[in-house]
Design a protein. Structure first.
Length: 302
């Protein structure tokens, strides 16, 4: 237990705040890091060529708050390369034993790091995670709590669902280094490919049933906004990793459905004509569940 250790004896935690056009929320995110009860923290903020005032806000905040941290770095880029490359740029500056990646619109609760590290942690554990609280209004925390245990075998469970809130994780630095960082083949998704690599390489994954982070719900969440690069990365990752793993575990229907999703997306990505899009949408009828739900609504069953 860490309660009995002086602050200088605690493991150094590297918190990487990932930003892109995060000006509306970034100060709340940075303040949530500054207000951690756990003191042995270095902060790396990495920006992916924001077009708003994100960088200026960070620089101004640094003037008043940099001394709170063991180390503070602001990493910028002259290109918008995506989430995975943005995190990898920051990894060059870390020196902590544990790494937390925090999107520039989410928050940590004050006792987040304490809760996650104040447990016996086996050296085989590469990833620790907890639950997160979704919210629209930071003063009300008015959304659901999510995050649940990932049963073994981890790689099979990740085919079915991703119950790991990215903002509520700690990753062992050794695990990140042995896995060569985040996978830039899928630049606009960072979490699922990393969890999958951790699972494939047989690192242990530890779940804590407590809430340590807040996930901000808004129209610009990349996975909620219809932002094409996100879905391109997601479907490409699923095709190249989940298809064969799904077949190996006998998850034939899920594998079939995921491959159809990939085909539908690729048609829409490469063909802008309305007829091509209608054809792509019609392929959903090859999914039994989609067809059944459609006719239930049309006919009024159920």
């Amino acid at each position: 237990m860490l309660d009995n250790y002086p602050n200088e004896s605690l493991p150094l935690v590297s918190i990487i705040v990932v930003t892109y056009n995060s000006g509306k929320f970034i100060i709340e995110t940075l303040n949530s890091v500054k207000n951690q009860e756990y003191q042995n923290i270095e902060l790396i903020v990495t920006d992916d060529n924001s077009k708003d005032d994100t960088v200026a806000l960070i620089q101004n905040w640094m003037l008043n708050n940099a001394k709170r941290f063991i180390n503070f770095e602001l990493v910028t880029s002259n290109i918008n390369g995506g989430i995975a490359p943005n995190i990898n740029r920051a990894l060059k500056f870390i020196s902590g034993e544990w790494v937390k990646v925090l999107p520039g619109d989410d928050i940590l609760f004050p006792d987040a790091i304490w809760k996650m590290l104040n447990n016996e942690i086996d050296p085989s554990v590469g990833l620790i995670y907890s639950q997160a609280h979704a919210f629209y209004d930071i003063k009300k925390m008015d959304g659901p709590i999510f995050g649940s245990a990932l049963p073994k075998p981890y790689e099979r469970s990740l085919l079915l669902d991703n119950p790991i809130p990215a903002m509520a994780t700690l990753i062992r630095r050794d695990a990140i280094e042995t896995l060569d960082g985040y996978d830039e083949r899928y630049p606009f998704i960072d979490d699922l490919p990393m969890w999958y690599k951790i699972a494939i390489e047989k690192w242990e994954i530890k779940f804590l049933e407590c809430v340590t982070a807040g996930y901000r719900l808004h129209t610009h969440n990349i996975s909620k906004s219809g932002y094409n690069p996100y879905y391109k990365s997601l479907y490409q990752f699923q095709k190249e990793n989940f298809i064969w793993t799904g077949l190996r575990y006998g998850l034939f229907y899920l594998t079939y459905t995921r491959y159809l999703d990939y085909i539908i997306y690729r048609i829409k990505e490469n063909r802008s004509h309305p007829i091509a899009w209608k054809f792509a949408d019609s392929l959903n009828f090859l999914k039994p569940s989609f067809c059944w739900d459609y006719f239930k609504v049309k006919i009024g069953w159920g």
